[in-house]
Design a protein around this ligand. Structure first.
Ligand code: FBP
Length: 697
C-alpha cells in the first residue's frame, strides 16, 4: 500500500461515521448492559432473611456425616422478607463485609450476572462491602490472585456471556496443601465469605472448604453452574429443589439454532448427513433439549443406551438355560446398526440426508468403552500418585503408552492379584483404531475426569456406521428410493415403457410413491443380468440409458459433515432466562451470606413455573454428597444428575422419534428455534425439558 493510500484509509478510519459503524459498543451490547433483570418479589424488601424448612429431607451418607460434621445437619433455607428487623439483625445484615468469588470449571452463560446480583445486593446493604474476584479459577484462591470488583467492572459485564471478568480454571482444591493455602488467602484478605460458582466437583469443593473454615468463621456458598445441566437437586422424596444449573438454557438454545440451520441446509442441498456432537460430558441433557428444540432426524441419548436391554438375546440365552450378560447395555456395533437402519429407511423414501445429534459423552454409555475409560483413569491416577512426574510426561507417544499397558498385562499374568489391566484388555484395546486409542489415553482433567471434548467421539461411531452402510449397500439394503413420477418421466422421455420395466427393476412397483430397486440389483452388471433374464434386452445389448440412469440414482453415497457444538454455545451471551436466573442467584448468595449461612448452595425453586412463582432458597450441600468411585478410589462427591429415562421430556422425545426421523414420503417437519433474542417478545423463556417435566408434578 502506498503512503498516500495508507493516509487515506487512516483518515477514513478517523471519521465519526466509520468509528460509529465499527465501534465495539454496538447496540446489542449497550442494550444488554442496560438491561435490569427483574428480581423475585422477596428481594424488593429492604432486608431478607432465611427460614429453615423441614419440608425437605435427604438420605445422609455416613461418610458425609463423618467428613462434614459441622454442615451435615444444615436444612433447606427459604429466603424471606424481613420487614421489621430488630437492631441487631439490621446491624449484622448491613455490616461491611469482604466477599471473595471464584468461577470454577467451564464457562457458562450468566456467570457475570451472579457477580452483578451479589454486588448490587451487597452495595445496597452497605456500600463499604468489598467483593474480590479470584482470578483464573481456584488457582486464584490458592495463589491469592484477586481483582476488586467495582461498579464500573460489573456494569461492563452485565448480562454478557463468558467468565471474562475474572476468568476461570479447573484446578481442584483437593490436597491438604491447597486447602491450607486457600485458608491462608481467606485469612490474608480478611474474607467473611467465599462464593464458589461451579459444577458438581466445585460444589463438592465448596462443602469441604465450608467444613475446613467453619471454625474460622469464613462462610462458603456454592452456586450451581454448568451448561451440561447435570446439577439438578431433588430431596429424598423427589421434590425438585434446583431444576437446572445456569448456562444450560443458553447453550442449548445456541446449539439448537445452529443445528436447525444445518437442518435447513441439509434438506435443501439434499446430499449431506450432518453429524453434530454437542457438549455434555456425562449427561445427555443438552442433546435431549436440542432434540426438543429442533426435532433433529436422529438424536442419541446416552442414558437410554446405558439402560438398554437386548430382549432377544436374553430370551435366546434363557432358552439355552444360560445368562447372557452382554445383553445388558448397548454395544458400539449394535448402536451403529440402529443408526444405519434409520439412515437406510430415510434413503428408501428419497432422503439420503439429515441431521444426527450425538452427545459428547455418548461413549461413556457404551459398556465396553466405559470399562476402558474407568480402567485407564485408574491406571493414570495410580501412576501419577506413585511417581514424581506424570503419566503423560513420561509416555509422550502412543507407542510408549501402549508399551506401558503391555507391561501391565504381563504383570497381571505373573501377579494374579493385579487385575486392573489384563491380557484380554490388552487384546481388545489393540483392536481399536489408533486415533481412538490415543483419545482414550488423553490427559485427564484436574478432577481425574476423562475429557470427552478432546476425543472425536463422532468419528468412532461414524467409522462403524460407514462400514455397516457399505455392507448394507453390498447386500442391496441401502438404496435411495426413486419417486415414481420422476421414474415415469425419465422412461417416457427415453422412449421406454415405465410399466414394462417397472416390475423388473423395483421390488415395490405399484402404488408406492417411492420405488426401491430390487435387492439383487447392486451394480450395472447385475442390472443387465436381470434385464437379460427377463428378456428385456439381449446379452449383446447395453442397458438402456434411462434404466441405467435410474439405477445410478438409486445408489447412495453416504456423505457427512461433522460439527462440534460446545465452546461456541458456552461463550454465548445469556438468554433472558439465564440473565434473570443468575441475577437472582447472586441476590440469593448475598442473603445467605448476610444471614450467616455456610455450606449452602444458592438456588431458585420453581424455575419451571412462571417467574412470579420463583423462590430463592439455600440448599445444604453436605447431605447431597455420597461415595463414588473416582480415579480408582471412593470419594465423597456431589452426585451428577443424568437424563431420567422415566421423565416426561425423555418419553416425549422417544415417542416422537419415528415422526422426527421422517422416513416417509411427506416433507420433513422440523422446528426452528431461531437465534437467542435478547429483546422483543417470542423468545422461549425456559428450557423445554423443564416445561415438559413440570407437567409430571
Ligand atoms: P463444567 O462441567 O465445568 O461446567 O464444564 C462442562 C463442559 O463444557 C463440558 O460440556 C465439556 O466436556 C467440558 O466442559 C470441556 O472442558 P474444557 O473447557 O476443559 O475443554
Amino acid at each position: 500500500m502506498s503512503n498516500k493510500e495508507k493516509k487515506a484509509i487512516e483518515d477514513l478510519l478517523g471519521t465519526p461515521e466509520v468509528q460509529g459503524i465499527i465501534s465495539h459498543l454496538n447496540r446489542e451490547l449497550l442494550e444488554r448492559r442496560a438491561y435490569v433483570p427483574p428480581t423475585c418479589e422477596v428481594f424488593n424488601s429492604p432486608y431478607t432473611g432465611l427460614e429453615d424448612t423441614e419440608r425437605f429431607r435427604f438420605f445422609i451418607d455416613r461418610e458425609a456425616r463423618k467428613q462434614l460434621p459441622d454442615i451435615i445437619d444444615n436444612r433447606v433455607q427459604e429466603v424471606v422478607s424481613v420487614d421489621a428487623p430488630d437492631a441487631s439483625f439490621r446491624q449484622n445484615y448491613s455490616r461491611p463485609r469482604k466477599i471473595g468469588i471464584v468461577f470454577s470449571g467451564g464457562p457458562a452463560p450468566g456467570g457475570h450476572n451472579v457477580i452483578a446480583g451479589l454486588f448490587d445486593a451487597a452495595q445496597k446493604a452497605n456500600p463499604a462491602t468489598k467483593i474480590y474476584g479470584f482470578l483464573l479459577g481456584p488457582d486464584g484462591i490458592i495463589e491469592n490472585e484477586t481483582l476488586e470488583v467495582t461498579k464500573e467492572l460489573v456494569d461492563t459485564y452485565r448480562n454478557l456471556g463468558g467468565f471474562t471478568m475474572i476468568k476461570t480454571g479447573r484446578t481442584k482444591i483437593d490436597t491438604q496443601k491447597k486447602m491450607s493455602l486457600s485458608k491462608q488467602t481467606c485469612k490474608e484478605l480478611g474474607l467473611d465469605a467465599l462464593v464458589i460458582v461451579g459444577g458438581d466437583d466445585s460444589n463438592t469443593n465448596a462443602a469441604f472448604l465450608a467444613q475446613e473454615m467453619f471454625r474460622d468463621g469464613v462462610q462458603v456458598i456454592g452456586v450451581p453452574k454448568t451448561i451440561d445441566g447435570d446439577i439438578q437437586v431433588r430431596d429424598a422424596e423427589g421434590n425438585v429443589l434446583c431444576a437446572m444449573s445456569f448456562g444450560f438454557h443458553t447453550a442449548a438454545r445456541a446449539f439448537a439454532k445452529e443445528i436447525s440451520n444445518l437442518y435447513t441446509d441439509s434438506t435443501s442441498d439434499a446430499k449431506y448427513w450432518h453429524v453434530c456432537k454437542v457438549m455434555g460430558r456425562v449427561a445427555s441433557h443438552l442433546a435431549l433439549e436440542v432434540a426438543l428444540q429442533t426435532h433433529a432426524h436422529i438424536t442419541l441419548i446416552g442414558e437410554e443406551l446405558a439402560n438398554y436391554v437386548d430382549k432377544e438375546r436374553l430370551e435366546k440365552a434363557e432358552k439355552e438355560g444360560k445368562t447372557d450378560y452382554t445383553a445388558y447395555g448397548m454395544t458400539l456395533r449394535h448402536l451403529s446398526r440402529v443408526v444405519c437402519d434409520a439412515i437406510a429407511r430415510r434413503a428408501a423414501v428419497g432422503k439420503n440426508y439429515g441431521v444426527i445429534v450425538i452427545p459428547e459423552g455418548i461413549l461413556e454409555s457404551i459398556n465396553e468403552i466405559q470399562i476402558f475409560i474407568t480402567k485407564l483413569n485408574t491406571i493414570i491416577a495410580e501412576y501419577n500418585a506413585t511417581h514424581d512426574t506424570d503419566f503423560h510426561t513420561d509416555f509422550l507417544t502412543l507407542a510408549e503408552k501402549l508399551e506401558y499397558l503391555r507391561k501391565l498385562a504381563r504383570r497381571s499374568r505373573e501377579d494374579k492379584s493385579f487385575t486392573i489391566w489384563n491380557t484380554r484388555d490388552g487384546d481388545l484395546f489393540v483392536g481399536i483404531p489408533a486415533f481412538f486409542q490415543e483419545g482414550l489415553l488423553t490427559e485427564r482433567d484436574a478432577h481425574g475426569n476423562f475429557q470427552f471434548s478432546q476425543v472425536e467421539t463422532d468419528k468412532v461411531l461414524l467409522g462403524l456406521v460407514k462400514d455397516y452402510l457399505n455392507t448394507l449397500k453390498e447386500k442391496g439394503l441401502y438404496k435411495i428410493g426413486i419417486e415414481k413420477s420422476y421414474y415415469e418421466k425419465v422412461m417416457k422421455k427415453g422412449g421406454l415403457d415405465p410399466d414394462y420395466f417397472g416390475p423388473m427393476l423395483f421390488k415395490n412397483y405399484g402404488d408406492s410413491r417411492y420405488l426401491l430397486v430390487e435387492q439383487s440389483i447392486i451394480s450395472v452388471k447385475t442390472l443387465k443380468q436381470v434385464l437379460v433374464k427377463e428378456g428385456a434386452i439381449r446379452e449383446d445389448q447395453e442397458v438402456p440409458g434411462p434404466v441405467e440412469k435410474i439405477f445410478k440414482m438409486s445408489v447412495p453415497k453416504f456423505k457427512t459433515q461433522t460439527h462440534f457444538y460446545g465452546y461456541d454455545g458456552r461463550g454465548s451471551d445469556p438468554t433472558q432466562f439465564d440473565c434473570i436466573y443468575t441475577y437472582n442467584l447472586g441476590r440469593t448468595v448475598f442473603t445467605l451470606i448476610a444471614n450467616g449461612a455456610t455450606g449452602q448452595m444458592a438456588a431458585i425453586r420453581n424455575l419451571e413455573l412462571d417467574f412470579a412463582q420463583w423462590e430463592p432458597i439455600g440448599i445444604p450441600i453436605a447431605p447431597l454428597m455420597h461415595l463414588e468411585e473416582r480415579t480408582g478410589k471412593l470419594s465423597l462427591v456431589l452426585e451428577k444428575s443424568v437424563v431420567d429415562v422415566q421423565s416426561i421430556a425423555f418419553k416425549v422425545v422417544k415417542a416422537c422419534r419415528e415422526k422426527w426421523l421422517g422416513a416417509t414420503p411427506e416433507p420433513d417437519n422440523y422446528r426452528r428455534p431461531g437465534p437467542i433474542r435478547f429483546t422483543g417478545k417470542g423468545e422461549e423463556n425456559k428450557p423445554i425439558t423443564l416445561q415438559l417435566n413440570a407437567l409430571g408434578r
